[in-house]
Design a binder for this molecule. Sequence first.
Ligand code: NAD
Length: 465
Amino acid sequence: MLALSPMKNKVLHVFSQWHLAVPLDQSGISSRPGRLPTSCWNLEKSKTAVKAAKNAFPIWSSKSPLERSQILNKLADLIEHDLEAFAQAESKDQGKNWNYELFSACGNKALYLVLFQEKLLPGLISPWNLPLYLLTWKIAPAIACGNTVVAKPSEMTSVTAWMMCKLLEKAGVPHGVVNVVFGMGTKAGEALVCHPDVPLISFTGSTLTAQRITEKSAPHCKRLSLELGGKNPAIIFDDADLAQCIPTTLRSSFANQGEICLCTSRIFVQRGIYSEFLKRFVAEAKKWKVGNPSDPTVDMGALISKEHLEKVMLHLVYMISSYFLEGARVLCGEGVDSLALPAGNRKGYFMLPTVIAEVKDESCCMQEEIFGPVTCVVAFDTEEEVIERANSVKYGLAATVWSSNVGRVHRVAKRLQSGLVWTNCWLVRDLNLPFGGMKASGVGREGAKDSYEFFTEVKTITIKH
Ligand code: NAD
């Protein structure tokens, strides 16, 4: 039999005392109630528990599924062995009759059906950087599952959504299936988030807005899919094929003016090839042509807005003023080269692709999403070191790893805290695959199967016979 009380915190296999405790036995049926340690009065213990779990993670996660299942089965056997004591304890806690059988794993004569049903009325909110793509990436799976939707494109880039609305009718999408509201996020977007009849929100945008959406939707217990910002590393080992790596890393840094959530903004280069990489990378960056986006010879167009350009510049100014003297160097672009624009474009919000080297990992340029054509290059020595440094930001969206050593590529990809890892390439995508970020880069995944699960409600039906 198990000893039921007193209860104590258990961290790292150690049972320790509580400071204050609340009495157990909600149902009031016990003659000898237990005591429950309360973590809110025992913050230090909670912190120790989090630390212990963090430390144990590398070992537990590297065990094979077989090893883990052996342990879990053993636990199940042990619980089964003490089943009576467990049943009595739960009975005291909650008041249920202790021989109540919740379910049995086998032996029932019944037919089980699992239905994926449409969820009705998801709210879809998309950003400005890839307007039509990101909006349709949400609308298509949502309505394919049988839902009817309300979608809100970014107020900055609503035109293609408006154009699509006209085509919906032409395509035969019945009235009311896709409803698009145009307007500001704080008004039109938030109205959707707070609406009691919109049970789920699929949001792509900034981490800051996602925090607000999480708060606002919490009272309604909404299901959320959040696709957010990134601070994506490229890790380049000294056996990388630089002929492939350099043009791809230029694209991954500066494509769409660096305004893609998947863009690289921290480039870690192994010390043996650092100087050569930097020389060739900067030389190629300087060749990038900035100008009228409709000119087919142009590599980079304008940033989305005056405000956004100012924000990107602010990062640079801040970084330069606080770190320049400590070794960081702007090697090309803003503040170093001059931007020659055609006469008709001089009032546009353009900037040059900018490369900064030897930036400190703690600087804002290495920690915050800039979402513009700015990339930082730093040197590293070992595999272990670079994994730790690459993971040392709050984001975890995408990473690229460059190496011809297959074993290393696998090892590093597995340990990066990143929802997506590209090895020896960037942005090679199959839209059926799961897409999304870890940490502050998102909650949930989108893509064929994941979108299907997000946009449907699972119902389990048991028919006894
Ligand atoms: P944003 O968060 O400012 O806006 C995104 C959308 O949310 C817009 O439609 C906006 O109107 C709406 N919105 C704003 N405030 C709202 C509120 N309070 N309630 C409801 N809706 C609100 O983001 P942005 O500036 O348009 O886009 C850039 C960000 O999006 C970057 O951080 C980028 O990394 C991220 N992004 C992520 C992905 C991804 O898949 N992970 C893809 C593209 C862009």
